[in-house]
Design a protein around this ligand. Structure first.
Ligand code: UTP
Length: 416
């Protein structure tokens, strides 16, 4: 069967008549490109995800318990030195790599272009988010006399712009040969009738599959194989938008080594019981981040014997893994969550439709859904004013304004 016939069969089988009509109207080159894409789609997977959007979410009886953590602030000098020494050894030996997840859409911030190219208005001159990350890595390189390999994950859409931006800025002085930029995987957008959306270029419209896509994209892009070749043993994965993120925290690394766990994470205490953040817990005996909306109100307010929130450790996208853990997770399917969103599309008469309300589903997996594949996780409680200043919203909480204040205050304390 030729490729066009094969594509048409798929479209018929999965009830995509709009695309059959469209195919008839396309020029040869456009047609070839769309056919190629149709033949590459995992139709069973996307149809299953679509069917799931119609199902009621099953509320299972889960056993939720508080999770243990170590408070960095309460460690004695000797304890801290012991952990730091374990961590330092790994980094100076060249066995540590860092991954930055920069594939998000940054819709809430409303910045055009990749989020890492957003300039935070600090010290008059301003600093790009990518530049702030480089500052942190360069500081670690100097301290531990090494060059940490840096892997940056982008979406397919913002890959080119990210590469050009970093090239233009000479990687802010980071040794270019140690920087690898790779693309994350995508999934098609689908409407409420189960029809895939078409873009202005007459291609199936796809979008990044969430930050949980990092694991499989690391493997599929060859970045994981590259890490193994370099002898990497520990991998840090963090976001692009926390201007106080510490990507080479030797205490966190030392704690993971000492506790002999495969994954570790830095947390900060919830600002108040109803802050809209995910918190760590143990669910049915496994580590888990429970989302704000899923945590019963009573539990959100529960106090432990020390007078602290029982479920107070927030997940701040500051995670550490052994290379074996990444390998394991990268082969396991993560659950997809669906988000109902407004997406423009081209109809079968080639007209662009701009919907007034939500019209389609985007599927995303979350990085923390992988934690439950393990029996344990080591959590290090950091400090909000030292570790967490995200740039999420245009205004209000977690905005450029709050991040600037926290960033400048932090650096003022460091130079005192
Ligand atoms: P968020 O979930 O906060 O998303 O991402 P976002 O794209 O930055 O912002 P909104 O929700 O559209 O406003 C947390 C981290 O995960 C990355 C982001 O780049 C950020 O560093 N991310 C998110 C990806 O790398 N890929 C994705 O598909 C989603």
């Amino acid at each position: 069967m030729d490729k066009i016939q094969q594509a048409k069969e798929q479209l018929k089988r999965y009830h995509q008549n709009h695309m059959l009509h469209l195919l008839e109207q396309l020029e040869e080159e456009e047609k070839q490109k769309l056919v190629e894409q149709i033949n590459q789609i995992d139709w069973d997977q996307i149809m299953e995800l679509y069917e799931n959007t119609k199902r009621e979410i099953e509320i299972k009886e889960n056993k939720i318990e508080a999770i243990a953590y170590l408070d960095k602030e309460k460690l004695t000098k000797a304890q801290k030195e012991e952990l730091n020494c374990l961590g330092e050894k790994i980094i100076s030996n060249g066995e540590y790599a860092v991954v930055t997840m920069a594939g998000g859409q940054g819709t809430r911030l409303g910045h055009t272009g990749p989020k890492g190219t957003f300039k935070l208005d600090v010290y008059g001159k301003g600093k790009y988010l990518f530049e702030i990350l480089v500052d942190n890595l360069k500081e670690a390189n100097k301290k531990y006399n090494t060059i940490i390999p840096w892997y940056i994950m982008t979406s397919r859409e913002n890959y080119q712009e990210t590469v050009e931006f970093l090239e233009k800025n000479n990687y802010f002085g980071y040794p270019k040969e140690q920087v690898t930029i790779f693309k994350q995987s995508e999934l098609p957008l689908i409407d409420t009738q189960g029809k895939l959306l078409i873009s202005k270029e007459y291609r199936i419209k796809e979008a990044s599959d969430g930050n949980g896509g990092t694991y499989s994209s690391l493997r599929e892009s060859g970045a994981l194989a590259d890490m193994k070749e370099k002898g990497i043993k520990w991998v840090f994965i963090g976001g692009v938008d926390n201007v106080l993120l510490k990507m080479a925290d030797v205490t966190l690394l030392g704690m993971a080594i000492q506790k002999q766990v495969q994954i570790a994470s830095k947390s900060v205490v919830k600002a108040n019981p109803h802050e809209k953040v995910g918190v760590f817990c143990k669910m049915n005996g496994h580590p888990k981040v429970i989302e704000y909306a899923e945590l019963p109100e009573k539990m959100a307010e529960e106090i432990d014997k020390n007078g602290e929130l029982k479920y107070g450790e927030s997940h701040i996208m500051c995670n550490l893994y052994t290379i074996d853990a990444i390998e394991k997770i990268s082969k396991e399917p993560l659950m997809y969550h669906s988000a109902f969103k407004k997406n423009t599309y081209i109809d079968e008469k080639k007209r662009e439709i701009i919907p007034e309300k939500e019209n389609s589903y985007k599927f995303e997996s979350f990085i923390f859904d992988a934690f439950e594949f393990f029996d344990d996780i080591a959590i290090l409680r950091g400090k909000r004013e030292d570790d967490f200043a995200p740039v999420k919203n245009k205004e209000g909480v977690d905005s450029p304004k709050t991040a600037k204040e926290l960033y400048e205050k932090y650096w003022k304390r460091q130079t005192k």
